[in-house]
Design a protein around this ligand. Structure first.
Ligand code: SF4
Length: 416
């Protein structure tokens, strides 16, 4: 959206109160971020009183869900752009600046095509390979606000990645609600592992990551690609959500914990140094103490480097809306904090295991006060701060000997 605005003659504002256009890009996967949109619109209303020419837009999933309602009422936006309508920003911006109020939220039935666009200079960048979801997990709003799965052609993806690499990008993260479904609705015959093989051949690219994989579609051929391709990092985000088969069934996740564990064990054997991360929902309707204990046991058994865990919140329009939200707020909070406590211990243990090892770090920046301090991430996506007498710039790859494990990062010294 920033690139489209720049093509239309706008430039980035240094401060929010200097802006002529503000776009709130939104997420509706949980209740809290959705509520934040309304409160931010309320704050921007006061800004609009002082600066009547200011235009405020809402984009993303909340825009797709609330549509015209965001143009109405007391706290209202000037324009609304749905999840399939980012391209239309260039067409609507002139009429919006002239005072029209516009809502664009149609979902296209065509394939997915995204023009290559300039990004803010950074050695890491994202490339969308597919969007939408056909899985309909019972708690999730994504299939309703993002539509069905659509993939981008492999040529278009390759063109974008080559363009990014030519502009200095060294690390690409491929994005999609379920990257393992890549290629399903394309005319060309290609699946996700095959796409990884093609991208791995791009000269100048240093690292390749992807997010998110659905456990039911995490295949042996993807494990082989992760094992065999030098640029694909040893990092896998594989959301488990719950360790209880009863809850997984109610969530419509289409795998059991046993099936999940078997795949993870195979992946760990095939891909040395593999780091795992996961999402968890705590307090799903009817989650009993036993179900919750199953989740804790799974957490301890799999040993994730990172987790993203949240209390369940009802998403209007999902099939879980009809379930009684039976777990009280207090119990949800207690369960969440115990789960996070256990995870802190696991994380500390896994971080300690890096001490004494040499890891590859891609430099992201240097210390503001000390020019001999640098920071970056290892292949497992862990933040590594290190000292060196040499000078490095963002995007350089450095071998770092880890000396110390801190709660959220590692510390070391360069070996080069
Ligand atoms: S697979 Fe992910 S995006 Fe799709 S419905 Fe399930 S949770 Fe939502």
């Amino acid at each position: 959206m920033g690139a489209i605005l720049q093509e239309n003659g706008f430039s980035p504002a240094e401060q929010i109160d200097e802006a002529d256009i503000i776009i709130i890009n939104t997420c509706s996967v949980r209740e809290k971020p959705q509520n934040k949109v309304t409160s931010l619109l309320g704050r921007l209303k006061n800004m609009k009183i002082l600066k009547p020419q200011l235009k405020v837009g809402v984009a993303g999933c909340v825009a797709q869900q609330m549509e015209n309602d965001l143009l109405k009422g007391n706290v209202r936006a000037d324009f609304v752009i749905g999840t399939d309508n980012i391209d239309s920003l260039g067409d609507i911006i002139d009429p919006v600046m002239r005072g029209e109020r516009i809502c664009q939220t149609s979902i296209s039935k065509d394939g997915l095509s995204i023009p290559v666009f300039k990004r803010v200079g950074s050695p890491s960048s994202f490339t969308t390979i597919m969007k939408g979801c056909d899985n309909f997990c019972s708690y999730c709003i994504v299939p309703y606000v993002r539509g069905r799965e659509k993939s981008r052609s492999s040529d278009e993806i390759l063109d974008e990645i080559k363009f990014l690499v030519d502009s200095g990008v060294k690390e690409i993260t491929l994005l999609g609600q379920n990257v393992n479904s890549y290629g399903k609705n394309l005319e060309e015959i290609i699946d996700f592992p095959q796409l990884l093989y093609r991208i791995n051949d791009v000269e100048g690219l240093g690292r390749l990551r992807f997010i998110t994989s659905h456990p039911k579609d995490f295949s042996y051929s993807l494990m082989e690609a992760m094992r065999d391709l030098d640029k694909v990092c040893e990092y896998l985000h594989l959301p488990l959500q719950s360790g209880s088969d009863r809850i997984l069934k109610a969530m419509n996740r289409k795998y059991s914990y046993g099936e999940y564990r078997e795949k993870v064990q195979m992946a760990k054997e095939m891909i040395p140094e593999l780091a795992l991360s996961s999402d968890f929902i705590v307090g799903f309707p009817d989650e009993s103490d036993e179900d919750y204990e199953d989740t804790l046991n799974a957490l301890k058994e799999i040993e994730y480097e990172t987790i993203f865990a949240f209390n369940y919140s009802v998403r209007p329009g999902t099939s879980a809306e009809k379930f009684e939200d039976s777990v009280s707020k207090e119990i949800k909070s207690k369960r969440l904090s115990r789960l996070l406590d256990i995870q802190r211990g696991i994380m500390a243990k896994l971080s300690d295991a890096y001490v004494g090892k040499t890891v590859e770090v891609m430099v992201e920046g240097s210390g503001k006060r000390d020019e001999k301090q640098f920071s970056g991430r290892n292949r497992q996506n862990k933040v590594v701060n290190f000292d060196s007498d040499k000078q490095y710039k963002p995007g350089d790859f450095v071998k770092v000997k880890v000396k110390e494990a801190k709660p959220n990062s590692l510390y070391g010294v360069s070996e080069d």
